[in-house]
Design a protein around this ligand. Structure first.
Ligand SMILES: *Cc1c(COP(=O)(O)O)cnc(C)c1O
Length: 385
């Protein structure tokens, strides 16, 4: 019997994390100091990208990508309906027209065959960007996306908010960490507490493209530069120029300190999450429950463990009565009242809508205890019997 609430996700904070934050609070800088640069360096090393720009949250990261790609009102951007709405919203801030592409029935990621159909139906260059989502932590086939991007002329902004620490082995046999900048133009991460690395609020953009990196960095801080090489004039040591209309999308030093400390446990977190997934898989193997698909060539980051069941609402309610707060992720974005005003409606994305009618995310976070997981399994099995 478990007498406390087990939610579908939870942050993991250690004494080391707390010490790191306290140290930052006692230092000379609360923002715009050395911890931010150190976090960027560590994160770049971890994912293997040339550049990292750490920002205030994942949504800001998406907005900065849209700005760096010079997305203008009416520009068409494709994303998946099974994502957190921010994947689309970040581009709407620049006035993009969002085109939804239905999902694959196995991975629940954007269906790249359907993407190709959409691309083929219009002249090359019609779509400025495609935003695939590594949904639940499953790495999208960025290698295939790169080939499509080169053929049809769009930028890839990979929304990897669910997937730091995930990786895939490409057709050449090379391993790529998500966000290594090899295939995607820009990759976006979130450090919201429910994600793998928790900084309270926080996010990052990784890229191997210096020009895009310079742009997101400029827009992160008001469009202000102090770089002598970029200045149009120079009046002295105090001088800076605001060259573009940017935002304040900075993260603080104590958040960056927390991020540095949390990043050290990311590999452990991925391993633990995969262990939890295997245990769920085994428990539900010979039942009517459908468990998450994974191909041989990927390392799943398991932000979410999503099952598919017929009586989803009843199971959700039953689990809640037993202190298990499972979650339904996501309500298809194209059915949100905001996106409906652009003509999207129920029925447009049949695979996504079918997925939504059956999906349920069970507790999945590295500090979930065996006892807690056993309780979840017991109650799920009790329900479906
Ligand atoms: C969490 C999340 C975001 C937004 O990140 P925030 O840091 O909360 O702004 C964007 N896309 C996806 C897929 C997410 O899960």
């Amino acid at each position: 019997m478990i007498d406390h609430i087990i939610s579908y996700g939870h942050q993991h904070i250690t004494d080391q994390d707390i010490d790191a934050v306290v140290e930052a609070l006692k230092s000379d800088y609360l923002t715009q100091g050395p911890k931010i640069a150190a976090f960027e360096k560590d994160f770049a090393e971890y994912v293997g990208s040339k550049y990292v720009c750490v920002v205030s949250n994942g949504t800001a990261a998406l907005h900065l990508c849209a700005m760096a790609l010079d997305i203008k009102p009416g520009d068409k951007v494709i994303t998946t309906p099974i994502t957190f709405v921010a994947s689309a919203n970040g581009f709407r801030y620049c006035g993009a027209e969002i085109v939804f592409c239905d999902i694959d029935h196995e991975t629940f990621l954007m269906d790249l065959d359907k993407l190709e159909d959409i691309l083929k139906a219009s002249p090359k260059g019609t779509y400025k960007a495609v935003v695939p989502v590594d949904f639940a932590g499953y790495p999208v086939d960025v290698e295939r996306m790169r080939a499509l991007a080169d053929e049809y002329g769009f930028a890839i902004v990979e929304d990897a908010c669910h997937a730091p620490g995930g990786s895939l082995i490409d057709r050449k046999g090379d391993k790529h960490m998500i966000g290594d900048g090899h295939y995607a133009d820009l990759t976006v991460f979130s450090f919201h507490p429910v994600k793998h690395i928790a900084t309270g609020e926080g996010g990052a953009i990784t890229t191997n493209n210096k020009e895009l990196f310079d742009k997101v960095s400029l827009y992160r801080t008001h469009g202000i530069t102090r770089d002598p090489a970029l200045l149009q004039e120079n009046h002295g040591g105090w001088y800076y120029e605001m060259q573009e209309l940017g935002y304040n999308y900075r993260i603080t030093e104590f958040q960056a300190a927390l991020g540095i400390s949390q990043l050290k446990r990311l590999n452990w977190s991925i391993e633990r999450r995969n262990e939890i997934a295997k245990k769920y898989d085994a428990a539900f193997a010979n039942t009517s429950i459908s468990t998450p698909f994974r191909a041989e060539n990927i390392t799943h980051a398991f932000h979410l463990y999503i099952i598919q069941v017929d009586k989803r609402k009843e199971l959700y309610d039953f689990l809640r009565q037993n202190n298990i707060f499972s979650q339904v992720l996501y309500i298809p974005a194209h059915t949100m009242p905001y996106y409906k005003q652009f003509g999207w409606k129920q029925g447009d994305m049949p695979v996504a809508e079918d997925y939504y009618s059956k999906c349920l995310a069970l507790p999945m976070f590295p500090s979930l205890t065996d006892e807690e997981q056993d309780w979840v399994i017991e109650k799920v099995l009790e329900f479906i019997k």
